[in-house]
Ligand binder design. Sequence first.
Ligand code: MG
Length: 249
Amino acid sequence: MKQPKNQIIALVLFTMIAGVSAFGQENGAEWKAPRVVNPGSKASDCIQLPPSDAIILFDGKDLTQFETTSGGVAGWEVNDGVFTVAKKAGDIRTRKEFSDFQLHIEWRIPENIEGSGQLRGNSGIFLQGKYEIQILDSYNNETYFNGHAGSVYSQVPPLVNAMRMPGEWNVYDIIYTAPTFKDDGTFRTRPSVTILHNGILVQNNTTIMGITFKDYKGYPPGETHGAGPIVLQDHGFPVSFRNVWIREL
Ligand code: MG
């Protein structure tokens, strides 16, 4: 029997809505916003200058340590010791590639940010160019639990929400262990990450299940790779960065 057209449309709409509702509940985790923790002092009061063995990725002057993802000149704006995502300039990556590391990076959502959910100050840091640590304005902003600032994007939510308000500086200290692979290309050991957001633990030796795909909801497979760059995401929002350094482990 042929279904009437409006029934088919209703079915399609229902499926779409059900799909959206289920979003955030994959992998058996419940949909729950991370608990809010006030990080205390303002970042401007406590910049951690690079230690003696750090590689300086941004010293406030220029983006010579970065390039576009196709190897061109990084076109983000540099002003007053800060660099900012520029419209349509695309993602940028470090010229140097890394395996295990400790990364310090400070970032700021503009004070006049608009939008909501994922469309509010979205950026991100791709570890080895593969695994996204989310940057978002999570201050009074609802979104799916594993899409908040400090999440391993689309996989693991932060333990708490330690976000400072727009206009203030946030700090990530990211300790990362690269994956190893078997001959057949599957993980021997998965990557893992520990993250402090404004000095507060948000990922505690978290296992990363696979590479981050755009719009991928769940755990993708691994993909054999060696050392990789730090990639910063241009998601169309003027998120700023400063004091970026890394220690190879
Ligand atoms: Mg992002």
